[in-house]
Design a protein around this ligand. Structure first.
Ligand SMILES: [Zn+2]
Length: 490
Protein backbone atom coordinates (compact mmCIF):
# COMPACT_ATOMS: atom_id res chain seq x y z
CA UNK A 1 0.00 0.00 0.00
CA UNK A 2 1.66 3.12 -1.04
CA UNK A 3 1.69 5.94 1.43
CA UNK A 4 0.54 8.89 -0.56
CA UNK A 5 -2.46 7.27 -2.12
CA UNK A 6 -4.81 6.92 0.78
CA UNK A 7 -5.62 9.09 3.74
CA UNK A 8 -5.40 5.99 5.88
CA UNK A 9 -1.65 5.96 5.49
CA UNK A 10 -1.30 8.44 8.30
CA UNK A 11 -3.57 6.32 10.46
CA UNK A 12 -2.18 4.23 13.31
CA UNK A 13 0.24 1.41 12.59
CA UNK A 14 -2.38 -1.31 12.99
CA UNK A 15 -4.40 0.33 10.23
CA UNK A 16 -1.49 0.34 7.85
CA UNK A 17 -0.86 -3.33 8.47
CA UNK A 18 -4.54 -4.08 7.92
CA UNK A 19 -4.30 -2.09 4.71
CA UNK A 20 -1.26 -3.90 3.45
CA UNK A 21 -2.91 -7.22 3.78
CA UNK A 22 -6.01 -5.87 2.12
CA UNK A 23 -3.73 -4.86 -0.69
CA UNK A 24 -2.37 -8.39 -0.82
CA UNK A 25 -5.88 -9.76 -0.79
CA UNK A 26 -6.45 -7.65 -3.88
CA UNK A 27 -9.17 -5.58 -2.23
CA UNK A 28 -7.19 -2.40 -2.21
CA UNK A 29 -4.54 -2.09 -4.82
CA UNK A 30 -1.42 -0.08 -4.34
CA UNK A 31 -0.82 3.17 -6.13
CA UNK A 32 1.74 3.86 -8.73
CA UNK A 33 5.20 4.50 -7.32
CA UNK A 34 7.03 7.75 -7.66
CA UNK A 35 10.28 8.41 -9.38
CA UNK A 36 12.20 11.64 -9.73
CA UNK A 37 15.06 10.32 -11.80
CA UNK A 38 13.23 9.91 -15.09
CA UNK A 39 15.32 11.63 -17.77
CA UNK A 40 13.81 13.59 -20.69
CA UNK A 41 10.21 13.18 -19.64
CA UNK A 42 7.71 13.16 -22.47
CA UNK A 43 4.03 12.56 -22.33
CA UNK A 44 3.26 9.82 -24.78
CA UNK A 45 -0.08 8.74 -26.16
CA UNK A 46 -0.05 5.74 -23.80
CA UNK A 47 0.37 8.09 -20.81
CA UNK A 48 -2.61 10.18 -21.89
CA UNK A 49 -4.68 7.04 -22.34
CA UNK A 50 -3.67 5.76 -18.90
CA UNK A 51 -4.43 9.10 -17.26
CA UNK A 52 -7.84 9.26 -18.95
CA UNK A 53 -8.59 5.69 -17.89
CA UNK A 54 -7.60 6.44 -14.31
CA UNK A 55 -9.83 9.50 -14.26
CA UNK A 56 -12.77 7.57 -15.75
CA UNK A 57 -12.29 4.79 -13.18
CA UNK A 58 -12.32 7.32 -10.39
CA UNK A 59 -15.51 8.94 -11.70
CA UNK A 60 -17.10 5.50 -11.99
CA UNK A 61 -16.45 4.92 -8.28
CA UNK A 62 -17.02 8.47 -7.11
CA UNK A 63 -19.19 10.43 -9.55
CA UNK A 64 -19.04 14.20 -9.65
CA UNK A 65 -21.05 15.67 -6.77
CA UNK A 66 -24.41 16.65 -8.23
CA UNK A 67 -24.46 20.32 -7.25
CA UNK A 68 -23.74 22.66 -10.19
CA UNK A 69 -23.26 25.69 -7.92
CA UNK A 70 -20.53 23.95 -5.91
CA UNK A 71 -18.85 22.61 -9.07
CA UNK A 72 -18.85 26.02 -10.75
CA UNK A 73 -17.47 27.62 -7.63
CA UNK A 74 -14.60 25.14 -7.19
CA UNK A 75 -13.78 25.36 -10.91
CA UNK A 76 -13.62 29.18 -10.60
CA UNK A 77 -11.25 29.02 -7.62
CA UNK A 78 -9.09 26.52 -9.54
CA UNK A 79 -9.10 28.69 -12.68
CA UNK A 80 -7.94 31.73 -10.69
CA UNK A 81 -4.89 29.67 -9.63
CA UNK A 82 -4.39 27.98 -13.00
CA UNK A 83 -3.84 31.26 -14.89
CA UNK A 84 -0.85 31.80 -12.62
CA UNK A 85 0.64 28.35 -13.26
CA UNK A 86 2.93 27.19 -16.09
CA UNK A 87 1.04 25.88 -19.10
CA UNK A 88 0.75 22.18 -19.73
CA UNK A 89 -0.74 20.64 -22.87
CA UNK A 90 -4.13 20.17 -21.26
CA UNK A 91 -6.55 22.54 -19.56
CA UNK A 92 -6.61 22.24 -15.77
CA UNK A 93 -10.07 21.18 -14.65
CA UNK A 94 -11.43 20.83 -11.13
CA UNK A 95 -14.19 18.49 -9.98
CA UNK A 96 -15.73 17.79 -6.57
CA UNK A 97 -16.34 14.06 -6.18
CA UNK A 98 -19.29 12.64 -4.30
CA UNK A 99 -17.07 10.90 -1.79
CA UNK A 100 -16.82 11.27 1.99
CA UNK A 101 -13.07 10.82 1.54
CA UNK A 102 -10.77 13.60 2.75
CA UNK A 103 -8.52 13.68 -0.29
CA UNK A 104 -7.55 15.46 -3.46
CA UNK A 105 -5.94 13.91 -6.47
CA UNK A 106 -4.44 14.95 -9.78
CA UNK A 107 -4.03 13.28 -13.15
CA UNK A 108 -1.37 13.79 -15.79
CA UNK A 109 -3.88 15.21 -18.29
CA UNK A 110 -4.81 18.09 -15.98
CA UNK A 111 -7.88 16.71 -14.20
CA UNK A 112 -7.86 17.58 -10.51
CA UNK A 113 -10.42 16.16 -8.12
CA UNK A 114 -11.29 16.86 -4.50
CA UNK A 115 -13.47 14.67 -2.28
CA UNK A 116 -16.50 16.42 -0.83
CA UNK A 117 -15.23 15.10 2.52
CA UNK A 118 -12.24 17.43 2.27
CA UNK A 119 -14.28 20.35 0.90
CA UNK A 120 -16.60 20.46 3.93
CA UNK A 121 -13.75 20.28 6.43
CA UNK A 122 -12.16 23.42 4.98
CA UNK A 123 -13.00 26.79 6.47
CA UNK A 124 -12.18 29.29 3.76
CA UNK A 125 -11.76 29.81 0.06
CA UNK A 126 -8.04 30.38 0.68
CA UNK A 127 -7.79 26.90 2.23
CA UNK A 128 -9.59 25.40 -0.76
CA UNK A 129 -7.20 27.31 -3.02
CA UNK A 130 -4.23 25.89 -1.07
CA UNK A 131 -5.44 22.34 -1.70
CA UNK A 132 -6.11 22.93 -5.40
CA UNK A 133 -2.81 24.79 -5.84
CA UNK A 134 -0.95 21.87 -4.25
CA UNK A 135 -2.52 19.52 -6.81
CA UNK A 136 -1.72 21.96 -9.65
CA UNK A 137 1.84 21.84 -8.31
CA UNK A 138 1.88 18.05 -8.80
CA UNK A 139 0.54 18.36 -12.35
CA UNK A 140 2.92 21.10 -13.54
CA UNK A 141 5.84 19.25 -11.93
CA UNK A 142 4.78 16.20 -13.99
CA UNK A 143 4.50 13.99 -10.91
CA UNK A 144 1.44 12.09 -12.14
CA UNK A 145 3.18 11.46 -15.47
CA UNK A 146 6.28 10.12 -13.73
CA UNK A 147 4.12 7.86 -11.62
CA UNK A 148 2.11 6.66 -14.58
CA UNK A 149 5.24 5.76 -16.51
CA UNK A 150 6.65 3.97 -13.50
CA UNK A 151 3.36 2.13 -13.11
CA UNK A 152 3.53 0.90 -16.70
CA UNK A 153 6.99 -0.50 -16.09
CA UNK A 154 5.87 -2.16 -12.87
CA UNK A 155 2.87 -3.70 -14.56
CA UNK A 156 5.13 -5.19 -17.17
CA UNK A 157 7.37 -6.50 -14.40
CA UNK A 158 4.38 -7.91 -12.55
CA UNK A 159 3.22 -9.73 -15.67
CA UNK A 160 6.69 -11.22 -16.10
CA UNK A 161 6.99 -12.28 -12.47
CA UNK A 162 3.48 -13.68 -12.44
CA UNK A 163 4.22 -15.77 -15.49
CA UNK A 164 7.18 -17.30 -13.65
CA UNK A 165 5.98 -17.50 -10.06
CA UNK A 166 2.19 -17.22 -10.15
CA UNK A 167 -0.08 -14.18 -9.92
CA UNK A 168 -0.05 -13.69 -6.16
CA UNK A 169 3.70 -13.92 -5.84
CA UNK A 170 4.19 -11.57 -8.75
CA UNK A 171 1.85 -9.06 -7.18
CA UNK A 172 3.46 -9.36 -3.73
CA UNK A 173 6.91 -8.68 -5.08
CA UNK A 174 5.73 -5.70 -7.09
CA UNK A 175 3.81 -4.30 -4.12
CA UNK A 176 6.87 -4.55 -1.90
CA UNK A 177 8.95 -2.99 -4.61
CA UNK A 178 6.48 -0.10 -5.13
CA UNK A 179 6.37 0.60 -1.43
CA UNK A 180 10.14 0.78 -1.11
CA UNK A 181 10.43 3.19 -4.01
CA UNK A 182 7.50 5.32 -2.95
CA UNK A 183 8.96 5.95 0.48
CA UNK A 184 12.10 7.39 -1.03
CA UNK A 185 10.48 9.70 -3.53
CA UNK A 186 7.14 10.96 -2.34
CA UNK A 187 8.74 13.31 0.16
CA UNK A 188 10.32 15.38 -2.61
CA UNK A 189 7.08 15.44 -4.58
CA UNK A 190 5.02 16.65 -1.65
CA UNK A 191 7.44 19.41 -0.76
CA UNK A 192 7.66 20.48 -4.39
CA UNK A 193 3.84 20.64 -4.58
CA UNK A 194 3.68 22.61 -1.31
CA UNK A 195 6.14 25.16 -2.65
CA UNK A 196 4.00 25.50 -5.78
CA UNK A 197 0.93 25.91 -3.63
CA UNK A 198 2.45 28.83 -1.72
CA UNK A 199 3.65 30.41 -4.96
CA UNK A 200 0.24 30.15 -6.66
CA UNK A 201 -1.63 31.39 -3.58
CA UNK A 202 0.56 34.50 -3.54
CA UNK A 203 0.21 35.11 -7.28
CA UNK A 204 -3.58 34.73 -7.15
CA UNK A 205 -3.87 37.08 -4.18
CA UNK A 206 -4.82 34.51 -1.54
CA UNK A 207 -3.52 34.36 2.02
CA UNK A 208 -0.31 32.33 1.73
CA UNK A 209 -0.88 31.21 5.33
CA UNK A 210 -3.78 29.05 4.11
CA UNK A 211 -1.33 26.28 3.20
CA UNK A 212 -0.16 26.08 6.82
CA UNK A 213 -3.80 26.15 7.99
CA UNK A 214 -4.64 23.18 5.81
CA UNK A 215 -1.62 21.28 7.11
CA UNK A 216 -2.75 22.05 10.68
CA UNK A 217 -6.14 20.59 9.80
CA UNK A 218 -4.46 17.41 8.54
CA UNK A 219 -2.51 17.19 11.80
CA UNK A 220 -5.84 17.45 13.65
CA UNK A 221 -7.25 14.72 11.46
CA UNK A 222 -4.27 12.44 12.10
CA UNK A 223 -4.73 12.80 15.83
CA UNK A 224 -8.50 12.35 15.47
CA UNK A 225 -7.85 9.05 13.67
CA UNK A 226 -5.36 8.01 16.34
CA UNK A 227 -7.70 8.75 19.22
CA UNK A 228 -11.19 8.25 17.84
CA UNK A 229 -10.70 5.70 15.10
CA UNK A 230 -11.93 6.22 11.59
CA UNK A 231 -14.10 4.86 8.86
CA UNK A 232 -12.08 4.15 5.86
CA UNK A 233 -13.49 4.55 2.40
CA UNK A 234 -11.95 2.98 -0.54
CA UNK A 235 -9.48 5.06 -2.47
CA UNK A 236 -8.83 2.92 -5.50
CA UNK A 237 -5.76 2.78 -7.64
CA UNK A 238 -5.44 5.16 -10.53
CA UNK A 239 -2.42 4.45 -12.60
CA UNK A 240 -2.70 7.77 -14.40
CA UNK A 241 -2.79 9.90 -11.30
CA UNK A 242 -0.81 10.99 -8.31
CA UNK A 243 -0.99 12.46 -4.91
CA UNK A 244 -3.69 12.34 -2.32
CA UNK A 245 -3.23 15.56 -0.49
CA UNK A 246 -1.16 15.61 2.66
CA UNK A 247 -0.16 12.17 3.75
CA UNK A 248 3.53 11.53 3.37
CA UNK A 249 5.83 12.99 4.59
CA UNK A 250 3.89 13.74 7.72
CA UNK A 251 1.77 16.87 7.83
CA UNK A 252 3.76 18.03 10.85
CA UNK A 253 6.99 17.79 8.92
CA UNK A 254 5.49 19.68 5.97
CA UNK A 255 4.06 22.32 8.30
CA UNK A 256 7.48 22.88 9.86
CA UNK A 257 8.97 23.35 6.40
CA UNK A 258 6.17 25.68 5.32
CA UNK A 259 6.66 27.83 8.40
CA UNK A 260 10.37 27.94 7.68
CA UNK A 261 9.78 29.03 4.08
CA UNK A 262 7.00 31.47 4.79
CA UNK A 263 7.95 32.89 8.17
CA UNK A 264 5.26 35.08 9.67
CA UNK A 265 3.13 34.97 6.54
CA UNK A 266 2.28 31.35 7.36
CA UNK A 267 1.44 32.00 10.97
CA UNK A 268 -1.97 33.54 10.49
CA UNK A 269 -4.67 31.80 12.45
CA UNK A 270 -7.33 29.86 10.60
CA UNK A 271 -9.42 32.73 9.32
CA UNK A 272 -13.04 31.83 9.01
CA UNK A 273 -14.53 32.93 5.71
CA UNK A 274 -18.28 33.24 6.03
CA UNK A 275 -18.87 33.45 2.25
CA UNK A 276 -17.12 30.09 1.87
CA UNK A 277 -18.91 28.52 4.83
CA UNK A 278 -22.32 29.59 3.47
CA UNK A 279 -21.57 27.72 0.25
CA UNK A 280 -21.20 24.53 2.30
CA UNK A 281 -24.72 24.82 3.67
CA UNK A 282 -26.65 21.74 2.52
CA UNK A 283 -23.66 19.82 1.15
CA UNK A 284 -23.88 16.10 1.88
CA UNK A 285 -21.74 14.95 4.80
CA UNK A 286 -20.38 11.42 5.04
CA UNK A 287 -21.81 8.60 3.02
CA UNK A 288 -24.03 9.36 0.05
CA UNK A 289 -27.28 7.40 0.12
CA UNK A 290 -26.20 5.07 -2.65
CA UNK A 291 -23.55 3.63 -0.29
CA UNK A 292 -26.14 3.18 2.41
CA UNK A 293 -26.13 5.29 5.56
CA UNK A 294 -25.26 4.75 9.19
CA UNK A 295 -27.67 5.73 11.95
CA UNK A 296 -26.16 5.04 15.33
CA UNK A 297 -24.71 1.57 15.10
CA UNK A 298 -27.12 0.55 12.36
CA UNK A 299 -26.18 0.48 8.71
CA UNK A 300 -29.14 0.90 6.33
CA UNK A 301 -29.36 0.72 2.59
CA UNK A 302 -32.46 2.52 1.28
CA UNK A 303 -32.46 0.88 -2.16
CA UNK A 304 -31.63 -2.64 -1.08
CA UNK A 305 -34.03 -2.28 1.87
CA UNK A 306 -31.61 -4.02 4.18
CA UNK A 307 -30.06 -3.11 7.53
CA UNK A 308 -27.63 -4.64 9.99
CA UNK A 309 -25.95 -3.68 13.24
CA UNK A 310 -22.27 -2.84 13.09
CA UNK A 311 -20.58 -4.55 16.06
CA UNK A 312 -18.88 -2.23 18.57
CA UNK A 313 -15.39 -1.26 17.45
CA UNK A 314 -16.00 -2.32 13.85
CA UNK A 315 -15.82 0.02 10.92
CA UNK A 316 -17.15 0.03 7.40
CA UNK A 317 -15.60 0.91 4.14
CA UNK A 318 -16.22 0.21 0.51
CA UNK A 319 -18.04 1.51 -2.48
CA UNK A 320 -21.50 1.32 -3.94
CA UNK A 321 -20.91 -2.14 -5.33
CA UNK A 322 -19.09 -3.67 -2.37
CA UNK A 323 -19.17 -3.05 1.33
CA UNK A 324 -16.50 -4.20 3.76
CA UNK A 325 -16.94 -4.46 7.52
CA UNK A 326 -13.92 -5.10 9.71
CA UNK A 327 -12.94 -4.94 13.39
CA UNK A 328 -10.57 -2.12 14.34
CA UNK A 329 -7.05 -3.33 14.89
CA UNK A 330 -7.93 -7.00 14.60
CA UNK A 331 -7.74 -9.63 11.96
CA UNK A 332 -10.90 -10.28 10.00
CA UNK A 333 -12.89 -8.79 7.19
CA UNK A 334 -16.39 -9.29 5.89
CA UNK A 335 -17.08 -8.44 2.29
CA UNK A 336 -20.68 -7.90 1.19
CA UNK A 337 -22.35 -7.20 -2.08
CA UNK A 338 -25.91 -7.16 -3.33
CA UNK A 339 -27.24 -8.44 -6.63
CA UNK A 340 -30.74 -8.76 -8.02
CA UNK A 341 -31.90 -12.26 -7.16
CA UNK A 342 -32.05 -14.74 -10.02
CA UNK A 343 -35.29 -16.70 -9.41
CA UNK A 344 -33.78 -19.88 -10.87
CA UNK A 345 -30.91 -19.95 -8.37
CA UNK A 346 -31.58 -21.25 -4.86
CA UNK A 347 -29.79 -19.86 -1.83
CA UNK A 348 -27.85 -23.14 -1.55
CA UNK A 349 -26.73 -22.90 -5.16
CA UNK A 350 -25.59 -19.33 -4.59
CA UNK A 351 -23.67 -20.47 -1.50
CA UNK A 352 -21.98 -23.23 -3.51
CA UNK A 353 -21.13 -20.68 -6.14
CA UNK A 354 -19.36 -18.58 -3.48
CA UNK A 355 -17.51 -21.67 -2.20
CA UNK A 356 -16.14 -22.43 -5.68
CA UNK A 357 -15.92 -26.11 -5.06
CA UNK A 358 -14.73 -25.94 -1.44
CA UNK A 359 -16.59 -28.16 1.02
CA UNK A 360 -19.41 -26.46 2.98
CA UNK A 361 -19.85 -27.14 6.67
CA UNK A 362 -22.15 -26.03 9.48
CA UNK A 363 -24.82 -24.84 7.11
CA UNK A 364 -27.36 -22.77 9.03
CA UNK A 365 -30.64 -21.36 7.85
CA UNK A 366 -31.68 -17.82 8.78
CA UNK A 367 -35.32 -16.92 8.36
CA UNK A 368 -36.16 -13.82 10.33
CA UNK A 369 -37.09 -10.17 9.96
CA UNK A 370 -37.88 -10.37 6.26
CA UNK A 371 -34.64 -12.15 5.48
CA UNK A 372 -34.30 -15.71 4.22
CA UNK A 373 -30.90 -17.19 3.74
CA UNK A 374 -28.15 -19.62 4.54
CA UNK A 375 -24.76 -19.31 6.11
CA UNK A 376 -21.90 -21.82 6.13
CA UNK A 377 -18.18 -22.32 6.56
CA UNK A 378 -16.10 -23.25 3.54
CA UNK A 379 -12.82 -25.11 4.02
CA UNK A 380 -10.04 -24.62 1.60
CA UNK A 381 -6.38 -25.32 1.29
CA UNK A 382 -4.44 -22.14 0.66
CA UNK A 383 -0.68 -22.46 0.13
CA UNK A 384 -0.66 -25.67 2.15
CA UNK A 385 -2.59 -24.06 5.01
CA UNK A 386 -6.10 -25.02 6.05
CA UNK A 387 -8.27 -21.99 5.89
CA UNK A 388 -11.91 -21.21 6.68
CA UNK A 389 -14.20 -18.74 5.00
CA UNK A 390 -17.57 -17.58 6.34
CA UNK A 391 -20.05 -17.57 3.49
CA UNK A 392 -23.63 -16.36 3.56
CA UNK A 393 -26.43 -15.59 1.14
CA UNK A 394 -29.53 -13.65 2.20
CA UNK A 395 -32.60 -12.87 0.15
CA UNK A 396 -34.18 -9.53 0.91
CA UNK A 397 -37.11 -8.75 -1.37
CA UNK A 398 -35.91 -9.01 -4.93
CA UNK A 399 -32.25 -8.66 -3.90
CA UNK A 400 -29.69 -11.19 -2.77
CA UNK A 401 -26.96 -10.25 -0.33
CA UNK A 402 -23.68 -12.17 -0.75
CA UNK A 403 -21.22 -12.31 2.12
CA UNK A 404 -17.67 -13.64 2.38
CA UNK A 405 -15.65 -13.42 5.63
CA UNK A 406 -11.88 -13.87 5.72
CA UNK A 407 -9.05 -13.75 8.18
CA UNK A 408 -5.49 -13.02 7.19
CA UNK A 409 -4.14 -15.60 9.58
CA UNK A 410 -5.88 -18.94 10.10
CA UNK A 411 -5.19 -18.76 13.86
CA UNK A 412 -7.47 -15.73 14.21
CA UNK A 413 -10.41 -17.48 12.61
CA UNK A 414 -12.41 -18.42 15.72
CA UNK A 415 -12.48 -14.92 17.19
CA UNK A 416 -13.16 -13.24 13.89
CA UNK A 417 -15.96 -15.62 12.98
CA UNK A 418 -17.75 -14.77 16.23
CA UNK A 419 -17.90 -11.18 15.02
CA UNK A 420 -18.99 -12.28 11.54
CA UNK A 421 -21.84 -14.32 12.94
CA UNK A 422 -22.89 -11.50 15.24
CA UNK A 423 -23.19 -9.10 12.35
CA UNK A 424 -24.92 -11.61 10.08
CA UNK A 425 -27.53 -12.50 12.70
CA UNK A 426 -28.56 -8.82 12.75
CA UNK A 427 -29.29 -8.62 9.01
CA UNK A 428 -32.91 -7.59 8.51
CA UNK A 429 -35.22 -6.12 5.91
CA UNK A 430 -36.40 -2.53 6.35
CA UNK A 431 -39.77 -0.99 5.63
CA UNK A 432 -40.43 1.68 3.01
CA UNK A 433 -40.78 4.23 5.82
CA UNK A 434 -37.44 3.28 7.34
CA UNK A 435 -35.83 3.40 3.90
CA UNK A 436 -37.32 6.85 3.35
CA UNK A 437 -35.71 8.08 6.55
CA UNK A 438 -32.31 6.75 5.55
CA UNK A 439 -31.17 10.06 4.08
CA UNK A 440 -27.62 11.30 3.95
CA UNK A 441 -26.49 13.84 6.56
CA UNK A 442 -26.00 17.39 5.38
CA UNK A 443 -23.80 20.21 6.56
CA UNK A 444 -25.70 23.11 8.11
CA UNK A 445 -24.04 26.44 8.53
CA UNK A 446 -25.47 28.63 11.24
CA UNK A 447 -24.55 31.43 13.63
CA UNK A 448 -22.74 30.21 16.74
CA UNK A 449 -25.16 28.56 19.16
CA UNK A 450 -24.43 27.01 22.47
CA UNK A 451 -26.33 23.86 21.59
CA UNK A 452 -24.60 23.40 18.25
CA UNK A 453 -22.41 20.56 19.47
CA UNK A 454 -25.38 18.88 21.07
CA UNK A 455 -27.37 19.16 17.85
CA UNK A 456 -24.50 17.73 15.96
CA UNK A 457 -24.27 14.86 18.38
CA UNK A 458 -27.45 13.48 16.90
CA UNK A 459 -25.58 12.93 13.68
CA UNK A 460 -22.69 10.98 15.09
CA UNK A 461 -23.28 7.87 17.09
CA UNK A 462 -19.77 7.88 18.48
CA UNK A 463 -17.16 10.53 18.95
CA UNK A 464 -19.85 13.11 18.21
CA UNK A 465 -18.16 16.03 19.78
CA UNK A 466 -14.77 15.11 18.35
CA UNK A 467 -16.24 14.80 14.88
CA UNK A 468 -17.93 18.17 15.18
CA UNK A 469 -14.70 19.76 16.41
CA UNK A 470 -12.78 18.31 13.49
CA UNK A 471 -15.40 19.60 11.05
CA UNK A 472 -14.80 23.10 12.43
CA UNK A 473 -11.00 22.62 12.60
CA UNK A 474 -10.91 22.97 16.38
CA UNK A 475 -10.07 19.37 17.33
CA UNK A 476 -9.31 18.42 20.08
CA UNK A 477 -9.76 21.50 22.26
CA UNK A 478 -9.74 24.62 20.14
CA UNK A 479 -12.36 27.30 20.49
CA UNK A 480 -14.63 28.76 17.88
CA UNK A 481 -14.45 32.45 17.27
CA UNK A 482 -17.58 33.80 18.99
CA UNK A 483 -18.58 35.70 15.86
CA UNK A 484 -17.84 32.92 13.39
CA UNK A 485 -20.35 30.82 11.56
CA UNK A 486 -20.43 27.27 12.75
CA UNK A 487 -20.73 24.00 10.82
CA UNK A 488 -23.05 21.34 12.16
CA UNK A 489 -24.50 18.22 10.61
CA UNK A 490 -28.14 17.22 10.49
ZN1 LIG B 1 0.47 15.87 -2.77
Amino acid sequence: MQQECTPASSAPAWASSALSWLALAGLLTSCAPASVSEPALRMEAADVTLARQGYEEMLAKFPAYADPAIQTYVQAVGARLAVNAPRINFPLRFTVLDSPGVFAYSFAHGEIVIGRGLLVHLNSEAQLAAVLAHEIGHVVSLHPLRQAQQARKLRALEAKLSAHFGTQQGRDVVNAFSLARARGYSREYEVEADVWSERLLARAGYDVGAMAQVLRFFIQQDSFWDKEGFELWEIPEFAGGEGVFATHPSSAERLAQTLQRQGNAARSASASDSAYLRKLNGVVFGLPERYGVKRGDVYLHPTWRVAFTVPPNWYLFGSSERLVAAPHGQDGLLMMWMKPRAPSESARQALEQLARGAALEAIAVQNTAGVVGESAIAHLLDNGENRNLRLAVFDVGSWRLHVVGYTYSAKNWTDADKGFRGLLSSVRAISAAEAGNAQAWRVRVAPPRTDAAANSAKAFSQQARAQWQLLNQIYPQGRLDAAALIKTVE
